[in-house]
Design a protein around this ligand. Structure first.
Ligand SMILES: Cc1ncc(COP(=O)(O)O)c(C=O)c1O
Length: 376
């Protein structure tokens, strides 16, 4: 139940156990083209997709180094570790970064983003971390940002690393120019493949203004793909097989059903865990449907709690980041999360708290969760 890496289905693991192929062969073309086309379906885009052999940070960095030039003005909401890192990358790329900072656990409102656009008519791009994994918050107005970016054709970039595949995302319809994720989160594949999608106008800009980098040089990936369906560098072949299998599983389930399942399971986790006395860290209107961050009860020690949960019940949850370390823990609700995982997590957390001397009522908590799960 980590917010990544998440549980990987047996089918996906098995797909990796295969002989190596030549990445300049028709076998590779069949594998890679299939992975690219299915990735586009998940992101709901007719643009280009590149499946980078990298962790999520690689795809996020690629979105920065291929788009941002010195002194470009960029707006970005910042409310946690990952939005902070993205703002840092933008600064390193030389951008003039307008940070819309809110306390962790809260999101910038759409009105504050609008105000930033009103005050900065020359903005080149809006970047955002859709799901701030470090605090369990999620931006809920992705579909409205186009009204702002379309004013002066600024670019709209979404870091969806911990959420794509678990929540609704309509890249083309919502006017998103670049979006990316990591395979180890809601795709339920092993870590190491990070897809990034880029629409036609952004691709044109990148081709005409290529970055001075080698590995994350997206124009180079576009050129190789357009000419031969190859990648410029040796890809992580076993991971690509696993990734393609994970895409098949996602498409077999269907995006709508998958999103519904994530929403129902996280709803049940919030209710069940609240019923045992835990309180969510994020403000109600900002709460994520894929990462549930919870405040530690008074006196509850982070390592003892998580180690007991892991050793006695084999349930893994994550701790907090930075100054939230020891103050919150995070439950992932991504990828392979079903009724069984929800019920087992709630009962394991409740029993662990009980063992550590806190009064809990596991039966009540499970009943509350079951009520939410009935539509699954
Ligand atoms: C929102 C977000 N962006 C970027 C990253 C970085 O991904 P990775 O650790 O795969 O490099 C993460 C990782 O959890 C994340 O949650």
């Amino acid at each position: 139940m980590l917010p990544g890496p998440t549980n990987v289905p047996e089918r996906v693991t098995r797909a990796m156990f295969t002989h190596m192929i030549n990445h300049r062969s028709s076998d590779f073309v069949e594998l890679y083209e299939d992975a690219v086309e299915k990735t586009k379906k998940i992101f709901q885009t007719k643009g280009d997709a590149v499946c980078l052999s990298a962790s999520g940070t690689g795809a996020v960095e690629a979105s920065v180094v291929n788009l941002i030039k010195k002194d470009d003005k960029v707006i970005i909401p910042v409310n946690g570790e990952f939005s902070g890192r993205l703002a840092q990358m933008l600064e390193w790329a030389g951008a003039n970064v307008i940070k819309l900072e809110t306390p962790p656990g809260e999101n910038s409102s759409f009105d504050s983003v609008k105000e930033a656009f009103d005050n900065n008519k020359d903005v080149k791009a809006f970047y955002c971390v859709w799901n701030e994994t470090s605090t369990g918050t999620m931006i809920k107005y992705l579909d409205k940002v186009k009204d702002l970016t379309s004013r002066n054709d600024s670019y709209y970039v979404v870091d969806g690393v911990s959420i794509v595949g678990g929540e609704e995302l309509k890249v083309d319809k919502w006017g998103i120019d670049i979006a990316m994720t990591g395979s180890q989160k809601a795709f339920a594949a092993p870590p190491g493949i990070s897809p990034i999608v880029v629409n036609a106008r952004t691709k044109k800009y990148m081709m005409e203004n290529p970055p001075k980098t080698m590995y994350f040089n997206l124009p180079r990936y576009f050129k190789y793909y357009d000419e031969s369906k190859h990648t410029p560098f040796t890809p992580a072949l076993p991971l690509l097989y696993a990734y393609r299998e994970a895409l098949d599983i996602m498409l077999e389930e269907g995006l709508d059903a998958r999103i519904k399942r994530h929403r129902i399971c996280s709803g049940a986790l919030y209710s069940g865990l609240s019923a045992i006395g835990l309180t969510p860290f994020a403000k109600e209107d900002s709460r994520s449907t894929v990462v549930i961050a919870l405040n530690y009860l008074e006196g509850l020690e982070d390592n003892t709690f998580r180690n007991t949960l892991a050793k006695k019940f084999r349930v893994l949850v994550a701790g907090g980041f930075g100054n939230l370390k020891g103050k919150v823990f995070r439950v992932g609700c991504m990828g392979e999360v079903h009724r069984y995982h929800v019920m087992r997590t709630i009962s394991a957390i409740s029993s662990t708290l009980d063992m550590m001397g806190y009064k809990t009522n596991t039966a009540d908590a499970l009943k509350t969760a079951e009520e939410k799960l009935k539509d699954l």
